[in-house]
Design a protein around this ligand. Structure first.
Ligand SMILES: Cc1cc2nc3c(=O)[nH]c(=O)nc-3n(C[C@H](O)[C@H](O)[C@H](O)COP(=O)(O)OP(=O)(O)OC[C@H]3O[C@@H](n4cnc5c(N)ncnc54)[C@H](O)[C@@H]3O)c2cc1C
Length: 393
């Protein structure tokens, strides 16, 4: 069985490792000349990435432990403490370690896919290759995803599920996939950072996510934002917060959010960013991508690749839908709405501290339903903003 994985990001490499464990050697191609570069990631992951994955991921890429977060809004703040909730990683090292022992075909770029019988012909920058199964782990602008949307078999499948798909898009993002751009500076600070084990989250109206400060140590921090005109927003933020230091690294990258209508059909599968396996509230994609990879490889092991989409949906569709819904609401809030949300969180900081899960955001919603007092307060906040939330459709 010739399996070709397109993309040697963390998810493509993880799939290849899981397959190797089953004795299956997949071909893995990567357009760059090495794994892990260029880095396009803030590099914070929940501890689950190291503790709840079926293939043990080495911890040697960990730079710092995170014990909670400080949330800010217009000069006010509150703290959520959770010891060891997350880790700051060296993302290049993380990816490189995942690629250890794999034979990756570097500088081979997928250009086009063509159906050949039950398999596929892949046109690449280094000639054509054949595959029985093609796995698209090729990131935000996935070519495999584009092929799945446009090929006739895919369209047939699409029409079959047309009604269902429409429902999905109605509940999720109208456009299907929405692309956001994230920016980050790595700074060597002029003065020591006061809380090197707490991330800082700054809410602001008109910023669809938030500004973040992720400390690597007392001396080095990562400051970023996901927003339109992110670079100028970031410069403004640094000036306003009087954060002074030398910029020692810069990055920018795309985050695709939404519900991809088809992630598996006719021996083609999408995983990770290619499939929008990303937490809609924070843009973190590593953990979801790894978990989707495990489901996919389980299906290949069971000789039931056609089951992949159904198994993934059973476990993660609800989570992503809820996140997309919450994101849609958050993005429509005005200044007062963002303020209301901040104070709703602040008033319930102890509750959040108790139930929040770094990689599974819907858990908190489920817990809210068990607390009538918080539920009523949340409904009041949403009720006050309902005009904006439903008015812009
Ligand atoms: C600014 C920013 C900050 C982020 N911060 C975090 C964070 O803190 N925590 C977190 O969990 N996630 C974060 N993410 C998301 C995270 O980086 C992604 O979810 C993760 O990289 C997805 O892994 P992947 O393997 O699916 O895709 P990628 O990492 O994008 O890997 C895809 C690979 O495919 C290759 N490729 C693409 N097209 C082709 C082709 N045609 N032919 C051959 N190879 C190809 C690419 O070169 C790349 O190596 C962030 C993203 C951004 C943009």
């Amino acid at each position: 069985m010739e399996i070709v994985i397109v993309g040697a990001g963390p998810i493509g490499c993880y799939i290849a490792q899981l397959l190797l464990n089953l004795g299956i050697k997949a071909r893995i191609m990567e357009e760059h000349q090495e794994v892990g570069m260029p880095v396009k990631c803030a590099g914070i992951v929940g501890r689950q990435v190291f503790e709840d994955t079926s293939f043990r991921i080495s911890k040697s890429s960990i730079i710092n432990q995170i014990d909670g977060a400080l949330f800010f809004y217009q000069g006010d703040n509150f703290r959520i403490r959770r010891e060891g909730v997350a880790y700051v990683i060296d993302r290049e090292k993380f990816d490189k370690e995942l690629s250890e022992g794999l034979e990756i075909e570097y500088e081979r770029r997928l250009l086009a896919i063509e159906q050949r019988g039950k398999g596929y012909g892949l046109k690449t920058s280094k000639g054509e290759i054949n595959a029985e199964i093609v796995i698209g782990a090729d990131g935000a602008r996935s070519r495999v995803r584009r092929f799945m949307r446009s090929n006739p078999e895919g369209v047939k499948e699409k029409n079959k599920h047309h009604k269902h798909q429409e429902d999905e898009l109605k509940e999720g993002f109208k456009e299907g996939i929405k692309y956001y751009t994230g920016w980050q500076y790595r700074l060597k600070l002029a003065e020591n950072f006061p809380s090197p084990h707490l991330v800082r989250v700054y809410l602001e109206e008109n910023i669809p996510f938030f500004f973040w400060i992720i400390p690597e140590s007392e001396e080095i921090i990562r400051v970023g934002v996901i927003a339109k005109e992110g670079r100028s927003q970031l410069n403004r933020f640094l000036a306003e917060e009087k954060i002074r230091g030398e910029i020692i690294d810069k990055l920018a990258g795309i985050i695709p959010l939404g519900m991809v209508p088809k992630i598996g059909a006719n021996n083609l599968a999408l995983v990770g960013d290619a499939a929008c396996h990303i937490k809609p509230l924070t843009g973190g994609g590593i953990y979801y991508g790894l978990k989707a990879a495990e489901i996919l490889v389980g299906c290949i092991r069971d000789n039931s690749l056609a089951e992949y989409e159904r198994r993934w949906k059973r476990k993660y569709r609800r989570e992503i839908r809820l996140g997309l819904g919450a994101r849609k609401i958050y993005e429509r809030l005005n200044k007062q709405g963002v303020k209301d949300i901040f104070y709703l969180f602040k008033e319930n900081a102890n509750f959040i501290e108790e139930v929040a899960n770094f990689e599974n955001h819907s858990l908190i919603l489920r817990e809210v339903f068990k607390k009538p007092r918080i539920l009523i307060r949340a409904s009041q906040v949403l009720g006050k903003n309902i005009g904006r939330v439903i008015g812009k459709n």
